[in-house]
Ligand binder design. Structure first.
Ligand SMILES: [Zn+2]
Length: 87
């Protein structure tokens, strides 16, 4: 079981959260400069890194905030949590 330290609620059981995928850059504003292949990659090819990665989590049974969690996928150790919009 993971304990996720929500910046708003404090340490909570992972069952209060929903994993929402790896961190991704926001959709590009200027689509004119993006090839079709790059746009398809952006839409449907998620990164799946082994090791330390940044992930979105939603505290759906808590404060309802979106979090950016840095987690090592090999050990599940959570290295940091922050408000997702703070980046
Ligand atoms: Zn929370």
């Amino acid at each position: 079981m993971l304990i996720i330290d929500c910046p708003f609620c404090g340490p909570r059981d992972e069952r209060e959260f929903e994993y929402c995928g790896p961190y991704r850059e926001r959709r590009p504003d200027k689509m004119d400069n993006l090839s079709a292949s790059d746009f398809i990659d952006y839409l449907i090819v998620p990164e799946n890194p082994e090791g330390v990665g940044r992930e979105f989590w939603w505290h759906k049974r808590g404060c309802g905030e979106w979090l950016l969690v840095v987690r090592d996928t090999r050990t599940h150790q959570i290295l940091s949590t922050a408000e997702a919009d703070a980046e």
